[in-house]
Structure formats: C-alpha cells, structure tokens
Design a protein around this ligand. Structure first.
Ligand SMILES: c1ccc2c(c1)[nH]c1[nH]cn[n+]12
Length: 326
C-alpha cells in the first residue's frame, strides 16, 4: 500500500525522474531499492544511505562523500557505475546500475559451493576490478561476498564490485608535498611510506583470498563458531581449515592461490599482480569468456587488450616449455 512505499521523504528531483519500488538488498550502511527511470522504463538500483547510521556526522559525510567521489572517478566493466546522486538532510540516494543476479553471497549460500570453473571466472573478474582500483590509488578495504554483485542468474556472468564507502584514496599528494620539504625532521617511516602504501593494497589481496575460499569451499575460512579461538585470533594466526568433504574436488592449484593470499605477513602475501600470473588463472577459455563479458561490444581497444593478454599467456607458456597448440 502507498504508506509502505512512502515517496514523500524522497528528494523531489529523484521522485520526478524515478519510481522506487521494492527492496532488493540491504548493505551495511543502508538499503537498496529497485527503481524505474520514468523516461526510459529502465530498471535501476537506488542505494539509500541513512546519514544517521554513522557514529558522528563527520564519518557519515566523509564515508559517503568518499564513496560518491570514488564512484564517479572509476570506470571499469567490473566496478558498479553510478548513474545519479541526490541527498536530503538525513540520507544520500545513489542511483546505480541494476545487477539482476543480486549478491554473490546469496548465490554461494543457495548453491552450497560454486563449481571451480565458475569460481575462477568470478575471481578473475574481481582481480581485474581490484587491479584497476589499485592502479588508480584506491584501496577498497571492504571486499566481501555482499559487495560482489552478479549481472544475471546465469553461472557465466559479469560480476561487479560495489560498496566503496570504506575505500580510501591514497593521499599520495600529501606524501609528495611532505617529501619536497627539508627531510631532516622527517621520521624514517615517512620514507618507507611507499612500502606501507604497498601494505595498504595488500589488505584487498587478503579479502580476495577470503572471497575465493568462500566461493570454492562454501563456508568462510574464519568464523566465531570454529574451534575455541576468537575469530580475531584465527585471523591474526592465519588459521583456517579446508574441510576434506568440501575441498576434495578442488584442484591443488586453486588451493595454492587461497593459501598464498591468506598469508598473515602482508609483505609475504601474494599480490594482485602475482595472483593474475598464477598458473590457476592461465586459462585461455576462462579469460576469453571473461573478456567477452567485460567488453561485449568487442571494440578494437578491448580486442587488442585481449590479444596482448593472450600473447603474454602464450609467451609465458613457451618460456615454461609447455607444448602450445598454434
Ligand atoms: C541486489 C542487491 C543489491 C543490488 C542489486 C541487486 N543491484 C544493484 N546495483 C547496486 N546495488 N545493487
């Protein structure tokens, strides 16, 4: 009934351009509603971030503003696109492209665990999305299955990363300014900041390891219900168990990727770049499928990008001496 679908609290411009209907997801900082653009009847998602959700006004503004400015800056096939943005005194309204397949979390829950080939296709796309964020100096910092959305109900589909509000744009500018001044008073760690920036990126590699573990095993690597240790202790010690009944059909190479990402010492953890070079991901069919999903128009630049990737893969194959069919 109309009272349930209360349009009166929405910003006027939003109401004039879109019709908001049912809820389709609840993020950590608000809810997501299905919306229709009046002029085109296009289906969209509207994420409503309630400013009061955050502790202090400061964080609300910073998180949401960070999220919005990041959302506007990024452009990658596996990153959710912002269509529009509105705000009232107590809420932000972010209009996003609709992902018909919903959250990865729901799919893993309903299928118990994903087929290895599907997990690999999704994981490769997540790596490309995070590689792009990192190349733009952005750390996501909150990668989890709820933040990975699927474009369709099909197993073979495009995935997109969302929920940047925990992201941080590395303050490279401030570091540059600092290094221009007289260094004599600067503490040593300021100079090794580059390495700490490196570590910052490594947090996303860890989260991708957890994501891959969940996709392959169907359960989380660290959980309060496991054993006698708190979840924090399990994580700090990097102690996880691959239960045989769930992992016996998973390839050793896939397990190797998980093990190299869930390394406690960030300086020893596999990086995103290294993960992209891991044997498990040197899978031409998967890569072709991923690129077809990511660049459907098959435009020249994208095709060139694919060729470069394939040549690199083929060259690596030849270097490692495996027989390549021409
Ligand atoms: C289900 C839950 C959240 C969703 C969704 C479908 N589509 C979309 N686009 C941005 N967020 N989001």
């Amino acid at each position: 009934d109309l009272s349930a679908n209360d349009q009166s609290s929405l910003p006027k411009e939003l109401r004039e351009k879109y019709v908001l209907t049912r809820g389709i997801g609840t993020g950590v900082c608000g809810e997501v509603k299905l919306a229709f653009e009046r002029s085109t009847c296009r289906k969209l998602a509207v994420k409503i971030i309630n400013k009061k959700n955050f502790k202090s006004e400061g964080t609300a503004t910073r998180n949401a503003k960070t999220e919005i400015e990041i959302l506007q800056r990024v452009d990658h096939p596996c990153l959710i696109k912002t269509e529009d943005f509105y705000q009232t005194d107590d809420s932000y309204y972010i209009v996003l492209e609709l992902m018909e397949g919903g959250e990865l979390f729901q799919k893993v829950k309903s299928q118990q665990q994903l087929k290895e080939s599907v997990a690999k296709l999704y994981f490769y796309q997540m790596l490309k999305a995070v590689q792009y964020l990192h190349s733009n100096g952005i750390i996501h910092r909150d990668l989890k299955p709820e933040n990975i959305l699927l474009s369709s109900q099909e197993d073979v589909c495009l995935i997109k990363v969302t929920d940047f509000n925990q992201s941080r744009i590395l303050e490279e500018a401030s570091l540059m300014r600092t290094l221009c001044g007289t260094p004599s008073y600067l503490a040593p760690e300021v100079f090794t900041h580059a390495s700490t920036t490196g570590y910052g990126l490594a947090v996303d590699a860890w989260s991708l390891g957890v994501l891959l573990f969940v996709c392959l095993g169907g359960y989380p690597p660290f959980h309060e219900s496991f054993g006698h240790q708190s979840i924090t202790d399990q994580i700090i010690r990097g102690e996880f168990t691959m239960v045989p009944s769930k992992w016996k059909h998973v390839s050793d190479q896939a397990k190797d990727v998980v093990r190299k990402l869930l390394v406690v010492d960030p300086s020893k953890r596999m990086t995103i770049e290294e993960a992209l070079q891991h044997p498990w991901l040197q899978d031409r069919d998967m890569m072709d499928t991923a690129h077809r999903l990511m660049y459907p128009s098959g435009d020249a630049a994208a095709t060139a990008a694919v060729q470069v990737e394939r040549l690199a893969t083929r060259k690596r194959g030849r270097d490692e001496g495996d027989e390549e069919e021409e």
